[in-house]
Design a protein around this ligand. Structure first.
Ligand SMILES: [Zn+2]
Length: 412
């Protein structure tokens, strides 16, 4: 039976969202948390974008060191040979790529000013180039797939397959699909193309998660593996993408679904609270009070009948328990004196902050000073106090942190 895999795109679709962004250290923490959660692949950024280069190379180094393992780190580029070559020039260790090109008539004519033949040619040449450069997996993205004729999508998918593509990404770029349409198209694509299909869904009509599930079901019914694209807290272009935690809940908890449709890797839902709260802080976008699983009201009961019922037996009014999502521990908030490690901190305050974190000790004063200097720079870039895990990361991997924090424009 084919399986469902999670391919998170927070570090690509999430960070390209208007008005939002993450520092390179925050992006790295996202990759670390996704790995802890058991996510199959993180689309970790843009290998042709100059300011991403050091971050991408540093994260590949973390993968080599076993810190980011077994998660796969995949880059996103346009399906253009020049972009493939530039990606490997700037990020030589990159192993996984998704190459993207528009397939709808609207975008081929209205945006690319090309023909279908040009699109096929560009895509095939890009896939060939990626293999020639040493890629280990190459996904092919059909942008605006939901507004593309099925016949052309099949032709596009078969051409990609002929050139060895690993997967076909079905992009519902405008959030135009509904569960019934995406089920049909994804099933047909899986059957006719014979490649695993990725569901890339947006929430413009409020159906990103439902569409992801329906698309995955269609793909598996068509006898191929499904790769659902998610973002943490659903952050993504416009109305956002399919929320990671909600997708996990929907796959594992919705009526009858998990009996037939299961994840192909072990997913640790217990990390949900941590990853959602970190991302809320990093993007500075509050989690809505009614967000599934991680919202403030997800396990709150007030009305008499509900409160009475849940106290007698939580299953009366809760589909799943809060502990499953790793929430329930009290949060300690200092209400008196606070010492914070920031861009103008000195060694005394910094030592006080680090002293409160267990598992940290510095071999010498010089080492502590070096780490403090990195913490200052991290704060310059993020404009907010670093969380404990970030401080620990910098203390444990100062050389990697240095690369992440080096944002000087490279020589042209
Ligand atoms: Zn998208």
């Amino acid at each position: 039976m084919p399986k469902i895999y999670l391919l998170d795109v927070t570090n690509r679709d999430g960070v390209q969202t208007a008005k939002l962004g993450l520092s390179k250290l925050e992006k790295t923490m996202v990759n670390i948390y996704l790995n802890e959660m058991g996510v199959f692949q993180s689309e970790f950024g843009f290998p042709t974008t100059r300011h991403e280069t050091r971050y991408l190379n540093a994260n590949l180094e973390l993968a080599e060191m076993g810190v980011l393992e077994p998660i796969r780190l995949g880059g996103w580029i346009r399906a253009i040979v020049d972009d493939v070559e530039l990606a490997f020039e700037r990020v030589p260790g990159i192993k996984h790529l998704n190459v993207s090109i528009s397939t709808s008539e609207q975008m081929i004519k209205g945006k690319l000013k090309k023909t279908r033949k040009d699109v096929l040619k560009d895509m095939m040449a890009a896939v060939d180039a990626a293999w020639a450069k040493g890629a280990e997996s190459v996904g092919v993205n059909a942008e605006d797939a939901s507004r593309t004729d099925l016949d052309f999508l099949v032709e596009f998918g078969l051409a990609a397959k002929e050139h060895g593509a690993t997967r076909l990404r079905y992009c519902d770029t405008l959030g135009y699909d509904n569960p019934f349409t995406i089920y049909r198209t994804n099933k047909a694509l899986a059957e006719k193309v014979g490649l695993p299909i990725e569901q890339h869904c947006h929430g413009d009509l409020g159906m990103a998660v439902a569409n992801s599930l329906a698309g995955a079901k269609g793909t598996i019914d068509g006898r191929q593996d499904a790769y659902i694209n998610t973002t943490i807290n659903g952050i993504g272009e416009r109305a956002g993408n399919a929320d990671l935690v909600t997708v996990i809940l929907a796959v594992t908890k919705s009526k009858d679904f998990a009996k037939r449709y299961q994840f192909g890797s072990k997913i640790r839902l217990s990390k949900a609270w941590k990853i959602a709260k970190f991302t809320e802080y990093a993007f500075d976008v509050p989690i809505p009070i009614n967000q599934p699983g991680v919202g403030a009201n997800a396990f709150a009961h007030e009305s008499g009948i509900h409160a009475d019922g849940v106290l007698k037996d939580p299953e009366n009014y809760e589909l799943y328990g809060f502990k499953e999502l790793g929430r329930g521990d009290p949060i300690k908030v200092d209400t008196g004196r606070e010492i914070i490690a920031g861009q103008y901190s000195g060694i005394s305050g910094f030592s006080h902050v680090m002293g409160k974190i267990k598992d940290v000790s510095f071999a010498s004063k010089a080492e502590a000073n070096d780490v403090l200097e990195l913490v200052r720079y991290a704060n310059v870039l993020s404009h907010k106090p670093l969380v404990e895990d970030e401080l620990l990361f910098i203390a444990n991997y100062p050389d990697i942190a240095k690369q992440l924090l080096t944002s000087t424009p490279l020589a042209w």
